[in-house]
Design a protein around this ligand. Sequence first.
Ligand SMILES: Cc1cc2nc3c(=O)[nH]c(=O)nc-3n(C[C@H](O)[C@H](O)[C@H](O)COP(=O)(O)OP(=O)(O)OC[C@H]3O[C@@H](n4cnc5c(N)ncnc54)[C@H](O)[C@@H]3O)c2cc1C
Ligand code: SF4
Ligand code: SF4
Length: 445
Amino acid sequence: MYPKIHTIEDVAAWQLCCGCGACAALCPDQIEMIDTLEYGRRPRRIGGTTGNSMDEAMAVCPGIRLTRLPKPCDQIGNDQFYEVWGPVLGVWEGYAADSQIRFEGSSGGAATALALFGMERLGMHGTLHIRARDDVPYLNKTVFSVDRGELLAGAGSRYAPASPCDGLSQVESSSGPCVFIGKPCDVAAIHKAIELRPQLAEKIGLTIAFFCAGTPSTAGTLEMLRQMGVEDPASVESLRYRGRGWPGMATVAYRDHENALQRRELTYEQSWGDILQKYRQWRCYICPDHIGEYADIAVADAWHRSVRDHQPGRSVMIARTPRGKAILEQALEKGFLEAESVSPDILPLCRPGQAQYQGGLWARVQTLRMMGAPVPKYIGFGLFGLWRSKLSIGEKIHSILSTVKRFFVKTLYRPRDMILYTVSTNESSKPRQPSEFDKVANHVS
Ligand SMILES: Cc1cc2nc3c(=O)[nH]c(=O)nc-3n(C[C@H](O)[C@H](O)[C@H](O)COP(=O)(O)OP(=O)(O)OC[C@H]3O[C@@H](n4cnc5c(N)ncnc54)[C@H](O)[C@@H]3O)c2cc1C
Ligand code: SF4
Ligand code: SF4
């Protein structure tokens, strides 16, 4: 008998949760999001388990079920293109025209520039997204930014748990449309929430998702800090993972034993490649959407180019809906973005192995099911077809055997407890002073 997913807590316990926070937004009386060390931001029950809102929480959860969007009639690319890349109405390559946004941004600052355009020119009331916590800079918080300065404070990728959907009530209570920026799973949850509560559609004026290879846990960040020479996480004044150059350096500012400000850096290859990616949550290994299929606009690094450290960033932007395409074109016309239309053929170079990954996902899900682990239900992604056509015999065998191995290594055969990660009182009440590091960063015009 397979274990069944009956509650939101089951989703987390069986490691199917991606930490989006949508359940907490839909069911605030019964669920809150907490930080856990090993898994990420996770839902915790604070009230009863039944009722309409709990049903709504289950209905929007991307960890339980995802149904792919149909192929749009104005899809570009050849016949098989949609199968691998989802809805694509146009592809652009470029960057934010505002040089500070480009500099602070993770790649070309496209997400921030598009959100700013929505707010300054399209009457959007604010942007729901995430940024570093002021009191504990290596953790994240959800924010509703209403001007350029607030948006800019959240620019840059944070390879750490974040649950932007938990702030959805700020969008619901806003008097006009808003922008949402998040990972593909965050945007998928927003999409499901709109289906469930159609009145929300008026409040979500633009969704932006970035390509996402996976979210590392807080344990990953702490290991990165340790390798940067930070003995006490409470001494951290600020932490960036990227940006300020492309791909930019992971940079920590912290106080040493003499209270002097120290600064340490790691390259992107060292931080993400050698450390953080090893700490990705399990759901990311069985994620059907690393490329923001549910968003109006998906943004990504222009990895098809060779990147030298500290060069100005470049983004790839994919219009996935007519609304996204119209906003992108207007943002270009009004000078918020500098970009040119490019062939969709660059996408396989930006994210090599996408077709093989999707094919392998079919085998991973089937293997887990046969071994008795609960798995999400994915509808319409055409995964079996990709497994059959895009994987060699060796890759097919590997996709099964590697899953069997992970079933044991990741202990997918039993539910796990979600334990609150406690930040020391000292740390959470620490008043945050602007550091020298911030001052250096803020000199850029
Ligand atoms: C976990 C993670 C995995 C990634 N994997 C890939 C990948 O596989 N391929 C690729 O091309 N790029 C990946 N990126 C990088 C991202 O796709 C690029 O940075 C993207 O081009 C956006 O850059 P930008 O300059 O347009 O965004 P910016 O203008 O810098 O804006 C970034 C926005 O993302 C939000 N944000 C940052 N971190 C998070 C987070 N953890 N959760 C939710 N929102 C967040 C910020 O609040 C900000 O609004 C990843 C980023 C993250 C955080
Ligand atoms: S995936 Fe999102 S909605 Fe589902 S349990 Fe996790 S935080 Fe809640
Ligand atoms: S890989 Fe998928 S599940 Fe994991 S954080 Fe990214 S979008 Fe969410």
